[in-house]
Design a protein around this ligand. Structure first.
Ligand SMILES: NC(=O)c1ccc[n+]([C@@H]2O[C@H](COP(=O)([O-])OP(=O)(O)OC[C@H]3O[C@@H](n4cnc5c(N)ncnc54)[C@H](OP(=O)(O)O)[C@@H]3O)[C@@H](O)[C@H]2O)c1
Length: 324
């Protein structure tokens, strides 16, 4: 395939690839460095120039940033300006009262630690990884503004903010002259709450929208439908506690229904799930995870593929209503 397509990120000067790569899984110390380097190199060839990280991605926390930092200095040396690299702080990183959440103290220490691991002078986007119910939003926003003003990040992003707080944070960022570039949230065939919540807010704020877990961590590939779980899959790996058999079983009915729609349409379920997200002009980029080159290539082909036919979209909506 040739390059993926690009979409403008809100009202900014930034274009993002329709498919971006997240390093939450598959770039830790338990993963293969050579596979990681091959994935990132192939991304660049496919035009997937946006890599999404957070300080806590690993395992252990910090390892994904260190892995990317090493690869940027070797296999990807000389390509920094072609890449759009994000990181985040706001989840637990170190002991004590300053190792978590959204205080100025945590966020400033967080970006400094991330830049050291990434071996970069700046990241392209720095996110508040999650809203902090106890820190005043003004303090979190001031820290984000300070990070941009000090040249440690070019843009600010927000992740998992509910609409009212997202709107407030956007207003404060705009007042400070550092508009929010994009919001990052979960969206896939099985989880559509954002359609009534954060998507209208993102549209009204004119920010970009980048959506994570588009395949529901692999469930929307259909790999768990046939009884035995593949040995190397995320639901089986002990270093990946965010998907387990209970979660897989709880979604089995919905996944089976989407699989039968895909089957009838003659479209692989993975493709249907990704192309369904890309149907929406409100979505700037779909943030995938990939464990190997085959997965990456399969996901990348969703960009530029034919639009899903109206009868498939209707069938999907009917299942979503039933399983909501
Ligand atoms: N802001 C936040 O709080 C937040 C939260 C979650 C994620 N994210 C971001 O979103 C990114 C993506 O999330 P995600 O990893 O959950 O995305 P995902 O695309 O839903 O799941 C990725 C997993 O699906 C499986 N897969 C992918 N393509 C496949 C294919 N073609 N065939 C078969 N299996 C395939 C692989 O799992 P197997 O290992 O089972 O093969 C892969 O690791 C993360 O890396 C991170 O950057 C952000």
């Amino acid at each position: 395939m040739t390059s993926v397509n690009y979409r403008r990120c809100g009202r900014s000067g930034i274009l993002l690839p329709e498919i971006s790569l997240g390093l939450w899984h598959n770039f830790g110390e338990t993963d293969s460095r050579s596979t990681a380097a091959a994935l990132l190199t192939r991304c660049l060839e496919l035009g997937i120039c946006h890599f999404d990280l957070a300080d806590n991605y690993g395992p252990p926390p910090g390892a994904a940033e260190s892995m990317l930092g090493d690869i940027l200095g070797k296999e990807l040396a000389g390509h920094r300006d072609e890449l759009f690299i994000s990181t985040k702080a706001g989840h637990l990183m170190w002991p004590g009262p300053y190792g978590d959440w959204g205080s100025r103290k945590h966020l400033i220490a967080g970006i400094d630690q991330s830049l050291r691991r990434l071996r970069l002078d700046y990241v392209d986007v720095f996110y508040s990884h999650r809203p902090d119910p106890e820190t005043p939003i003004e303090e979190t926003v001031e820290a984000l503004v300070q990070i941009v003003r000090s040249g440690k990040a070019l843009y600010v992003g927000l992740s998992k903010y509910p609409p009212p707080l997202f709107n407030r944070a956007c207003a404060l960022l705009a007042e400070a002259g550092v508009p929010c570039l994009l919001h990052q949230f979960r969206y896939n065939l099985l989880e559509r709450n954002c359609e009534q919540g954060i998507i209208p807010a993102v549209k009204s704020q004119h920010t970009g929208a980048i959506v994570f877990s588009p395949l529901a961590q692999g469930m929307l590939t259909g790999k768990y439908l046939h009884g035995r779980f593949p040995a190397d899959s995320r639901a089986v790996r002990s270093d990946s506690p965010f998907l387990d058999s209970a979660k897989v079983h709880s979604q089995a009915v919905g996944v089976a229904q989407f699989a039968s729609i895909a089957d009838e349409a003659g479209i692989p379920l993975t493709q249907m799930a990704l192309r369904w997200l890309l149907r929406s002009p409100d979505i700037t980029s779909v943030l995938i995870g990939a464990r190997n080159l085959e997965q990456l290539e399969q996901c990348a082909t969703a960009s530029g593929a034919e639009a899903l036919p109206p009868d498939v979209l209707q069938a999907i909506d009917a299942v979503s209503v039933l399983t909501a």
